[in-house]
Design a protein around this ligand. Sequence first.
Ligand code: ATP
Ligand code: MG
Ligand code: MG
Ligand code: MG
Length: 563
Amino acid sequence: MKQSQMLIPTLREAPADAEAVSHKLMLRAGLIRQLASGVYTYLPLGFRVLKKVQEIVREEMDRIGAQELLLPAMQPAELWRESGRYDVYGPELIRLKDRHDREFALGPTHEEVITSLVAGEISSYRQLPVTLYQIQTKYRDERRPRFGLLRGREFLMKDAYSFGRSWDELDVTYRAMYEAYSRIFTRVGLNFRAVQADAGAIGGEGETHEFMALADIGEDTIVVSENGTYAANLEKAETLWEEPAASDAEVPPMNRVHTPNAHTIDQLCAHFGLEASAFMKTLLYLIDGQPAAVVVRGDREANETKVLNALGGEIIELADGAVVERLTGAAVGFAGPAGLSGVKLLVDREVQAMTSGIAGANETDYHTENVKPGRDFEADLVGDFRNAAEGDLSPDGSGPLKFYRGIEVGHVFKLGTKYSEKLGADYLDESGRRQPAIMGCYGIGVSRILSAVVEQHHDANGILWPPEIAPALVHIIPASAKDEAQMKLANDLYRRFADAGIDALLDDRDERAGVKFKDADLLGLPYRIVVGREAAEGRVEFKSRAEADKETVSADEAFDRIK
Ligand code: ATP
Ligand code: MG
Ligand code: MG
Ligand code: MG
């Protein structure tokens, strides 16, 4: 690649509306440009990185036997009605009509499409298990597209779906996928943690993990015990209050409802022998009208928090302030600090994105519905919850918890039969009985990875690409394009790298050396070879982007160090 011929529009300053470091640097380095909110063009260098990430993902998927295909982005609304998600999915789903007034959606995810495909093509246990994946553009009309590629409305995802005959078989696939994900995120250079997660809008009955790249800009909070045995996502605590997008007028007035099976904090404390404190709150989860789980959380000073599963009567002891979000696998929520609590209501085992909340009223047999954060109480009270539990003992007792901010770069999920039952993906087992396939789904934010990597790998002057995904491995910079000896040596090196199959970028522009160095730091290729005054003697300056030291070495040695 010769820089004089390439479209690499670097910028001195980032546009004022770019907040995240990665967003600023990716704009400044000429990797991406915004077309509309949350919709981006990948310029040549950005696209090279994107392709390298895709290649790593492909290699690791192929290695565990997943087969690549490509599903349509345009999906008939009918399929989404069959799965029951058309209405539930909410405004994130981009809906459109064709000329015959038939309704479609632009795929935010592909459970429906893949399950209906498998329903038509697979009929015998002999054809299972099978795992299919694609790398494809997804569409989600995010409420807050932001931070460049981190939260786009059009973005690239790798999504895989497994179909098997038993939960044991799913366990094996899930494990293989989990390990493939760990390899992928290691290879792209991310510092990440795999954390237990919550079912969220996909629904389903099984285990789920998120892969979180650690970064302060991350929108998720994760809690990890010191030795790493316990790691979970606290995201739901926040998103509960973030999701209601409805205006005040759309949410009916706050209302007190009779819920005879509800427990008050006092009843629970009496039942479980806890001392009630002013900060303790209850959360009630109703499933099919029955209370499913109750969270009780003490204030920090009381050094006493217990999480109670009211259905099973099981008590999970926690130390001071620690919170467990998922009790039954079906409910999530959190306790707020001032008599307020949030809950996601599960209807028919499907998490509904709520447009209003239900809050514990701390009153026998009554709860409050249609609670609107910001209208009925201060929305920022949530922050207190997030900060409350650092240093507390993890739920599994493995050590004190630390809080981190994370970027969700991947998500693996044991779906079970939720979609296969609804969309008829069944097969005949060995004894000729019809069985629904047991599914898993597995996503990676391919484009989001680029931003996550830049969040983790940069300094004041620009990006520091990890070698495996760098747009090129080496930047060759003749100090002066007018100097014949320099240009000759630079071109020689450039050709040698090309012959060796190593991507090099040759800065053959007629620019001042200072300008070229600034751009080189910004672009962040792992190695830099400056061909300067000693070119006639065949000597160059070698530097790695991550280190300050430069060394003068022979051109041969510079080549050998990289190849
Ligand atoms: P988030 O919690 O960030 O909204 P999600 O849980 O909705 O993500 P999934 O449905 O699990 O996302 O999708 C699989 C992966 O796709 C995510 O782990 C993430 O890396 C990526 N992804 C999801 N939404 C976006 C987006 N708006 N922009 C870029 N990548 C995204
Ligand atoms: Mg989302
Ligand atoms: Mg998520
Ligand atoms: Mg997710």
